[in-house]
Design a protein around this ligand. Structure first.
Ligand code: PBE
Length: 310
């Protein structure tokens, strides 16, 4: 079934069609067995897509909200033959990059802002059931008591706000080989005005120490390093970054082990964590508007919707 040669595939498809015809003759109507390769469903040969990618969706770290959302999508779209492969943002983008170079089919869990949209021609699969939710914001979340303990840190984090384009430009520099801290510094130097607006009304607090948690998602590596760079170079703070899993990031803020984070994807992606710890953190609101998550494929693939994976 996983043979790639065209002749073999056709032979298998014909043989399989005969077997499939015996047990399922209901055409496009809600069949949960994706084995029926001969029936062109909506927009191509859906079963062939599954076979081409070994029924795999390339995921990221298990704790990411997008992994939960994708498990829900598999359930709701009746994709029981599909596997969501765990890994990391780095592993996912490496697999995507290799497939893209060879113009091979691939399906990944994707989100914006992300450098992959600047570097490759990609598209989101339509999600008619709305499993992945709509536009979101990234929120800054701090520990209770931060305002009293470290008013400067609190005021600065409250002021921090930028755009998807800002974030993506840092991500692209890192993708192209720049060190994370150097990419953050470059962006800060090129965006004086915006950076100055974050410093407005921040009380002097030099020598302060700050602990920020983040997850190794490319988007959060970019934002967290920019925040660190500004606090160190402009405010004279010492900032420690703790790279953790998603759940630990929320727990860390709720327990007061860290001062805060700039990586709360809300209201949907991190809703579970938000509700679990509600009352034990302070939500400083969005630092970025207009994110999206979903299943992403190269534009050269001719599927358009998650429905096409059935
Ligand atoms: N992400 C990027 C995260 C939030 C930031 C979409 C991979 C998640 O799924 O939890």
């Amino acid at each position: 079934m996983k043979t790639k040669g065209l002749k073999t595939a056709v032979t298998l498809a014909l043989g399989f069609g005969l077997i499939a015809a015996g047990c399922s003759s209901n055409g496009n109507g809600g069949s949960e067995t994706p084995g029926n390769t001969e029936e062109p469903g909506n927009g191509g040969t859906p079963a062939a897509i599954g076979e081409q990618v070994d029924y795999q969706i390339i995921g990221i770290d298990a704790g990411a909200g997008i992994m939960e959302a994708t498990a829900a999508a598999i359930e709701q779209y009746g994709l029981s033959d599909w596997t969501l492969v765990e890994g990391s943002d780095a592993a996912m983008t490496a697999t995507l990059g290799r497939a893209y170079e060879n113009q091979e089919p691939i399906i990944v869990t994707g989100w914006s802002p992300h450098w992959k949209f600047a570097k490759y021609d990609l598209k989101y699969l339509e999600d008619p059931q709305g499993v992945y939710g709509g536009d979101e914001q990234i929120h800054t979340i701090v520990r209770l008591g931060l305002e009293e303990d470290k008013p400067g840190v609190y005021a600065f984090l409250d002021n921090f706000e930028w755009t998807p384009e800002d974030m993506e430009s840092v991500m692209v520099d890192i993708f192209e080989g720049m060190d994370e801290e150097a990419a953050a510094e470059k962006w800060v130097n090129e965006n004086e005005e915006k950076v100055n607006s974050w410093l407005e009304g921040v009380p002097e607090d030099e020598g302060q120490t700050v602990k920020l948690a983040y997850v190794a998602w490319d988007s959060e590596i970019a934002s967290t390093n920019v925040v660190k760079h500004v606090m160190e170079s402009r405010l004279g703070y010492t900032v420690d970054l703790l790279q953790v899993e998603a759940a630990a990031m929320w727990v860390g803020v709720a327990n007061g082990d860290v001062d805060g984070m700039v990586a709360g994807w809300l209201p949907g992606t991190h809703q579970r964590h938000y509700e679990m710890h509600e009352g034990k953190f302070e939500d400083l609101g969005p630092n970025l508007n207009g994110t999206r998550i979903g299943l992403v494929v190269p534009k050269y693939m001719d599927i358009t919707s998650i429905e096409d994976l059935k």
